[in-house]
Write a protein that binds this ligand. Structure first.
Ligand code: ASP
Length: 441
């Protein structure tokens, strides 16, 4: 029988109505055997996620806030969980668990411990509601001494554990350190847990249920109503997600990608929508569009270094990058000419070290000139169809130039999967619209 691992995000489990929708989805397909829940998310725009409420309680305790203040904060969490249980009409008393968690937070069990309890408690409720077994992530998801995820140990223990359960709920977001303390992934990390569980279950599919019907071809805040992406490869998604797509945690693709398990992004509020399929490779592409998507981000700086005979000076590039490495700054792109080299970095990473970076570059390279320009936006036009279609670059540049935008930087990987453009920040929206209209409309 097929096995599907299904992960539900916070907005999909924000209240009892959503719990019912989630249960309908799970029960409508017997292969949906393993379920990974997030903590309850926002029910309305200005609502607070349970994870954020837990972080706040932890902060209040650490800062020695008055006990009534801590109580008020924690009682709001108690109300969220009890509200869900009551509205579901569930015969389940979670008071002891809630009290235990409160005492542990008061005894400073740790920030990650506090945050992880949203998933833990929600997992208990969901398991009860579905009639599924509960597998605590602290027994099956392991971190190594240095805080990185221990993939091999986890895989071994988790696979063995899953094989003992026909159906189970495994809370997302956290695991355990060798010293027995709870550690979480970074925010949105239940997506990673889902992927890890899918690998261990040797699932045929990892369904990631959220509140949108998959990835859109471009940022809806810029374009308005955009077309959804039906199929995207892992590589294309990497090119797009690193530029700012927010639907899926970017580390979530690694466990399943290596195991060849596709991810399907689905919408809990519109289960009839097919969503986006993320696959290892796709033989065809949407020939109407050629491109798969456009993503972009503002807030980059360009450091340009000029030095006569740079191209014949062996080790020059290494010394440039060494300076950035010493300050812990990662670079986005590295366009270069015969005697110039530009390093494109995020302005927020550069800002704390700006003057010292300049001094170090001057000292190490003795350049003829060096300048820093801020206010750059990067846009990535991504698509496996671009590899075969001639003239795609020409269409991108013509569309941008017809929109009256000056292109400050161009970068195309030799894989021909993407074209990266650098434009002034104030041209960002115009550029995205121009490219979108050229290829999609
Ligand atoms: N609840 C956690 C967060 O809000 C993890 C998750 O939802 O994936 O970041």
């Amino acid at each position: 029988m097929n096995v599907k691992v299904v992960k539900f995000g916070g907005s999909s489990l924000a209240d009892a109505d959503h719990f019912r929708m989630v249960a309908d989805i799970i029960k409508s397909d017997p292969s949906r055997r393993y379920v990974v829940p997030s903590a309850p998310g926002k029910r309305f725009k200005d609502d607070i996620k349970v994870t954020d409420m837990l972080y706040e309680c932890y902060r209040l305790v650490r800062e020695h806030a008055a006990s009534e203040v801590v109580d008020t904060c924690y009682n709001a969490i108690v109300d969220r969980f009890n509200g869900i249980i009551k509205d579901l009409g569930l015969n389940f008393d979670i008071t002891g668990e809630l009290e235990y968690v409160k005492q542990a937070i008061l005894c400073r069990a740790g920030r990650d411990y506090a945050a992880s309890r949203g998933e833990y408690l929600n997992g208990l409720i969901l398991a009860k509601y579905l009639g599924y077994d509960f597998i605590d992530a602290e027994n099956v998801i392991f971190f190594a001494e240095n805080g990185t995820f221990d993939a091999e140990r986890t895989h071994e223990v988790l696979s063995a554990e899953l094989s003992r359960h026909e159906h189970a709920v495994i809370p997302g977001f956290y695991g355990i350190m060798p010293n027995g303390t709870i550690k979480t992934f970074s925010r949105g990390g239940s997506d990673i847990t889902g992927s890890i569980v899918a690998r261990a279950a040797e699932a045929d599919l990892y369904e990631n249920w959220t509140d949108v019907s998959g990835f859109m071809m471009a940022d809806p805040r810029v374009i308005g109503d955009t077309c959804p992406i039906k199929t995207i490869t892992y590589r294309e998604l990497r090119e797009l997600s690193y530029m700012g797509a927010t639907v899926l945690h970017e580390d979530a693709i690694f466990p399943v990608r290596n195991a060849g398990i596709p991810i399907n992004i689905r919408n809990t509020n519109k289960p009839e929508d097919e969503g986006t399929m993320i696959v290892a490779s796709a033989p065809d592409y949407d020939s109407r569009h050629i491109i798969t998507g456009i993503a972009g981000k503002k807030g980059f700086s360009v450091v340009t270094i000029e030095h006569d005979m740079m191209n014949s000076e062996i080790g020059f590039g290494r010394r440039v990058l060494e300076v950035f490495e010493d300050f812990g700054i990662s670079f986005e792109h590295l366009p270069s000419g015969i005697d110039t080299m530009s390093v494109i970095i995020s302005t927020s990473e550069l800002d704390p070290h700006r003057e010292r970076v300049l001094t170090a570059l001057k000292r190490s390279l003795r350049p003829d000139s060096i300048t820093i320009e801020d206010g750059l936006a990067l846009l990535a036009v991504v698509g496996r169809g671009m590899v075969k279609a001639k003239g795609t670059a020409a269409r991108v540049f013509k569309a941008v130039s017809d929109a009256g935008v000056n292109i400050r930087m161009i970068d195309q990987g030799s894989c021909e999967l993407n074209i990266i453009l650098g434009v002034d920040e104030h041209d960002f929206e115009t550029t995205m619209k121009a490219i979108y209209n050229e290829f999609v409309k």
